[in-house]
Design a protein around this ligand. Structure first.
Ligand code: PHE
Length: 463
């Protein structure tokens, strides 16, 4: 099944469709169905959605292509890709950061995925759960999180075409079917109109610095850009693949699922729980939706179970890709076997997930742990990890990678890499891409970073 002639042990995607499903599966995750709706709710609804779409098109997509170009050109993991293309130790550190980010985020992402597994059962057997009580019970949360990491390891052990691609080709269509069914039910509820209005008609006066930052941060998180993931997945692509078309599919799929995520949640929320505010935060999906499902007659609990199953499927196709990045690093650079790499890193992620699980328990050491970052107070192990790895490091990686291909290397070589197998990229699109990587992306990211450290404006949430 492994067809690469250069390095047969690395593996390769079996088909373009398989790559799109796997990379799309990485992009479509908790970020779309859990994070996107609550961030939208916290940032005022429709206007945020509008800014988000612009961020995906103008910043996310060029950076996505940048990573794929680097990956396919070098045929390596993020560290190897920079080494292979002649980057110094300094630029290689961006690759090291990618490996660290994927490992670190995997550990706390699995905690949320573990909650999801719990909710599938409580919905199906129809027992009401109090979200606060549930997340404060490590006896439930820790084992569920471990089960999720074991599921992730078992897919990654199967390799590229035999494991990740096969799982994604099956799981992604399942996800689309479930999401369409639930969104269709939500928008046809009596009274759904108010939610659709809130969600889709932008009030442009609500756009400010914080909204833009949150939208950009959400775009990087959701597209899996800035994690070295697209470098790694790009490295398993054959040269004749039309990466422009594939990237269009990936970004399109990711945005569609996020938009559908909102379409499942806001109409149902406004129709069934008119008193509850949409800016509930991270608990939105877990706290509000079960109450919504309770009120759907008939089969509310089945729809609820299906919803959390959907969330689990989305989380799994993302977590396998997160594990694959450090695994690819250890296979390429340290000559480990896939089996040794997947088990070692997976088990280490399990250990690191424990403090993140405990961070939800009031009064616990990991709950109280805090850090003041340029005036922005971050409290709790989970939030610290999410801020430093899931937010700050990603922005830094995006900046370093655009400077690397745009200024340190000859960007034209990377543009030609992209047009290989995609003739339509020649001409204007190619010139536009070069301009975005050299100028627009770095400038926007530097502004975001300056805002995050509070150089101007209020220290932002975004990135
Ligand atoms: N894009 C995923 C999500 O939306 C998160 C992710 C990032 C997964 C990077 C893998 C790698 O949830």
């Amino acid at each position: 099944m492994q067809k690469s002639n250069k390095t047969p042990s690395r593996g390769q995607w079996g088909s373009s469709f398989g790559f799109i499903m796997a990379a799309g599966g990485s992009a479509v995750g908790l970020g779309n169905i859990w994070r996107f709706p609550y961030i939208t709710g916290q940032n005022g609804g429709g206007a945020f959605v509008f800014v988000y779409v612009l961020c995906v098109l103008l910043i996310g997509l060029p950076l996505l292509l940048n990573e794929i170009a680097l990956g396919r050109k070098s045929g390596r993991n993020p560290v190897g890709a920079i080494k292979e293309t002649g980057g110094s130790k300094f630029w290689q550190s961006a690759g090291v950061l990618c490996v660290m980010v994927c490992f670190a985020v995997l550990s706390y992402y699995s905690v949320i995925a573990g909650w999801t597994i719990g909710y599938i059962f409580t919905e199906l057997i129809n027992i009401p759960v109090d979200f606060e009580d549930f997340v404060q019970t490590p006896l439930y949360v820790i084992p569920l999180c471990m089960v999720f990491i074991l599921m992730t390891i078992s897919v990654v052990l199967g390799g590229i075409s035999g494991g990740i691609e096969k799982a994604a080709k099956f799981l992604m269509p399942v996800l689309f079917i479930i999401i369409i069914l639930i969104a269709a039910r939500a928008v046809t509820l009596p009274g759904a109109g108010a939610g659709i209005e809130y969600y889709l008609s932008p009030d442009f006066t609500k756009i400010n610095g914080k909204v833009i930052l949150s939208a950009l941060g959400q775009a990087f998180f959701s597209l899996s850009v800035g994690w070295g993931l697209m470098i790694t997945f790009g490295s398993y692509l054959p040269k004749n693949n039309n990466v422009i078309r594939s990237s269009g599919w990936i970004a399109g799929m990711d945005s569609m699922v996020a938009l559908m995520g909102g379409l499942m949640i806001f109409p149902a929320l406004f129709a069934l729980l008119p008193g509850v505010s949409p800016d509930e935060g991270p608990a939105l999906v877990f706290n509000v939706l079960p109450r919504v499902f309770d009120q759907i007659e008939p089969f509310g609990n089945i729809i609820g179970g299906m919803f959390f199953l959907l969330l689990l499927v989305a989380a799994l196709t993302s977590s396998i890709s997160m594990l694959e990045v450090p695994v690819a690093y250890f296979i390429d650079e340290r000559k480990w076997s896939r089996k040794k790499a997947a088990w070692t890193i997976g088990l280490a992620a399990m250990v690191l997930s424990i403090p993140s699980s405990l961070a939800a328990v009031d009064g616990n050491f990991f709950n109280k742990l805090g850090f003041n970052f340029f005036g922005k107070q971050i409290t709790g192990f989970f939030d610290l990890m999410d801020f430093f790895f899931g937010t700050l490091a990603i922005v830094v990686i995006c900046l370093m990678l655009s400077l690397y291909t745009g200024w340190v290397k000859n960007i034209k070589e990377y543009a030609s890499e992209l047009s290989m197998g995609a003739v339509s990229f020649e001409g204007f699109p190619k010139k536009a891409w070069i301009f975005f990587i050299k100028w627009i992306c770095p400038i926007v990211i530097i502004l975001v970073l300056l805002n995050m450290v509070g150089v101007f404006g209020e220290p932002g949430e975004g990135g």
